[in-house]
Design a protein around this ligand. Structure first.
Ligand SMILES: Cc1cc2nc3c(=O)[nH]c(=O)nc-3n(C[C@H](O)[C@H](O)[C@H](O)COP(=O)(O)O)c2cc1C
Length: 148
């Protein structure tokens, strides 16, 4: 199955760590959301979308990218994020899954873990996250996608 992982990570590179782990586990291509040629998307059978959660949502670049895509006819997708707080990631995932479904994607899995966050306090929360256990969980998540 030809797979592409697309991500946006701008705060501390937290989501990039998860994106790299997932793409390595699946042996796929990995691209930042701003570096993608829309015309090549039809080549892929499965597309993963990842983002940090910013102001309660996946980054606008990832939304804009989905906006530009043609109707996907039940193409398989999965989503992942890193976040300051789980309460926000749940809502952000629901909102982004809706966006993908409106485009005709089928969402077959989702993953989220804490990410180091200095947006609200200078000393930061979730220090050291994603950690080795988070990366292991992301790897397992990716391997389980193969069976779906
Ligand atoms: C501008 C900004 C806004 C953020 N807004 C939220 C938020 O609404 N809820 C939340 O839980 N975390 C929020 N965070 C924390 C990030 O989701 C968290 O640090 C994430 O791991 C960042 O991923 P990145 O390093 O890949 O960019 C915010 C961070 C930044 C920089």
């Amino acid at each position: 199955m030809k797979t592409l992982v697309i991500y946006h990570s701008e705060h501390h590179g937290n989501t990039e760590k998860i994106a790299k782990t997932i793409s390595t586990a699946l042996n796929t291509e990995l691209l930042r959301s701003q570096n993608i040629d829309i015309d090549n998307i039809h080549e892929y059978d499965l597309i993963g979308f990842g983002s940090g959660i910013y102001y309660g949502k996946f980054h606008q670049d990832v939304y804009s990218f989905v906006d530009k895509l043609p109707e996907q006819g039940e193409k398989k997708s999965f989503i992942f994020s890193t976040t300051g707080s789980k309460a926000y990631s749940d809502r952000a995932h629901d909102s982004f899954k809706l966006k993908l479904k409106e485009k005709g994607f089928k969402v077959i899995g989702e993953f989220s873990c804490p990410g180091f966050d200095t947006a609200l306090s200078s000393e930061g929360i979730n220090k050291g996250r994603p950690n080795a256990d988070d990366l292991k969980a992301a790897e397992q998540f990716a391997k389980n996608l193969r069976n779906k």
